[in-house]
Design a protein around this ligand. Structure first.
Ligand code: ADP
Length: 373
């Protein structure tokens, strides 16, 4: 039986393991927190730091394959494992490109993939010279996550809020829609596209709030989106699953914001709303099975359940029974013991043929199911 490891034990690892239960595979997780969401669902849990060379190397050396649920891992160890014959999804070279926003932007440029215009700034002093590039968005090269490495800079006074580290300064896009498309690619280079999803963000926390599938796009825009997504993954030359996040601007142009080379928040709804979920798909790819069917069974909306403001500590869920009464609402709680404001605690997917019904029920879920203490 194949032995496959996951670096990171958060909710993505947890849902990946739920799907693994259907396949002949022995699962391993490396994570520092023994109480993490994935700890109790894998066959073998190893406590260790995914950013540490020795921890990752020793974890991976007896495995057939290894994957990630977060980009911030020790890439050097993955490279060594790869040379020793361990299959790594995605390839470490891709991880190197993606986890540094400067290299990621240069990748899009080299492959003529449309993405917002940018320059590189190495320090705050250098950023101060770039008044004429405003309004813009400053993005730290390495280490940003969930909006924490991103600053919107509208005026020259705001330049002081930028990062004093190698960063990307990107032209502010006049956003009409934020969308994302999941795509799977196997070892033979065959691809399977999921329909794009459309996102709405919580303006204060910068976290994904609601996500509608399929995104409402005209045919021409949809074709552009699909062509761009395929161009992004084809040039990586790596099997795996990817989420390509894009902006559709007010002129109908499609621009890549960023890519995640792994299972992703924007594919959670595929568990119930699609024939083959993103998690199932990644196992198929890693185990060398045929790609699954990405078609939607029904349109869906996904709501993230995030820790309520003013509540930090042992979590108690309010409104769970009420939400479980909603027809075609599927609740996922991630098993995190502690909540804090803005922490992703779970999600709910709602299926319906009717968009009005999806909007109505997702608002209800958002108001009713609360992660408090
Ligand atoms: P993270 O990787 O931390 O999630 P993103 O690069 O996705 O950061 O940026 C977070 C949010 O900032 C985006 O979802 C978008 O709303 C806004 N944003 C990012 N880049 C731009 C841009 N060039 N123009 C306008 N808004 C942007």
């Amino acid at each position: 039986m194949q032995k496959i490891g996951i670096l990171g034990g958060g909710q993505l690892g947890r849902m990946l393991l739920q799907a693994a239960a259907n396949y002949p595979v022995q699962t391993f997780v490396l994570e520092n927190d023994e109480q993490c969401p994935a700890a109790h669902l894998c066959h073998h849990f190893t406590k260790g730091d995914i950013k540490d060379f020795d921890a990752v190397y020793n974890f991976g050396k007896n495995l057939h394959a290894i994957t990630i649920e977060i980009e911030n891992v020790n890439v050097e160890a993955l490279e060594k494992l790869e040379t020793e014959g361990v299959k790594v999804f995605p390839k470490p070279a891709v991880l190197r490109t993606i986890r540094n926003k400067i290299l990621q932007k240069q990748y899009y440029q080299q492959h003529s993939i449309p993405s917002p215009e940018f320059i590189i700034t190495d320090s705050l002093a250098e950023l101060q010279q770039q008044q004429s590039f405003l309004p813009a968005v400053h993005k730290i090269g390495q280490g940003g996550y969930d909006g924490k490495g991103v600053q919107l800079l509208n005026t020259k006074e705001e330049l002081a809020k930028g990062f004093d580290a190698p960063s990307v300064l990107e032209k502010m896009v006049n956003i009409h829609k934020e969308i994302a498309q999941m795509v799977a690619i196997n070892a033979n280079g065959e691809t399977a596209l999921y329909p794009p999803v459309e996102m709405l963000f919580d303006p204060t926390l910068n976290l994904l709030d609601y996500q509608l599938c399929p995104a409402e796009l005209d045919m021409k825009t949809l074709w552009k989106v699909e062509a761009i997504t395929l161009a992004v993954v084809r040039n990586f030359n790596s099997p795996g699953i990817f989420a390509v996040e894009m902006f559709v601007d007010k002129n109908g142009e499609v621009l890549v914001n960023e890519t995640a080379p792994r299972v992703h928040n924007s594919g959670h709804h595929t568990i119930e709303a699609h024939y083959c979920s993103q998690f199932d798909m990644l196992w198929r790819i890693m185990l060398g099975y045929p790609l699954g069917n990405t078609d939607a069974i029904l349109p869906s909306i996904m709501v993230n359940i995030i820790g309520a403001d003013g509540h930090s500590g042992d979590v108690k869920y309010e409104g769970l029974e009420e939400v479980l009464k909603i027809e075609n609402a599927f609740v996922h709680l991630y098993g995190k013991k502690q909540t804090k404001p803005g922490r992703k605690m779970g999600h709910v997917t709602i299926l319906s043929q009717e968009k009005q019904e999806l909007l109505h029920q997702s608002n209800k879920v958002k108001r009713t199911l609360l992660a408090k203490t």
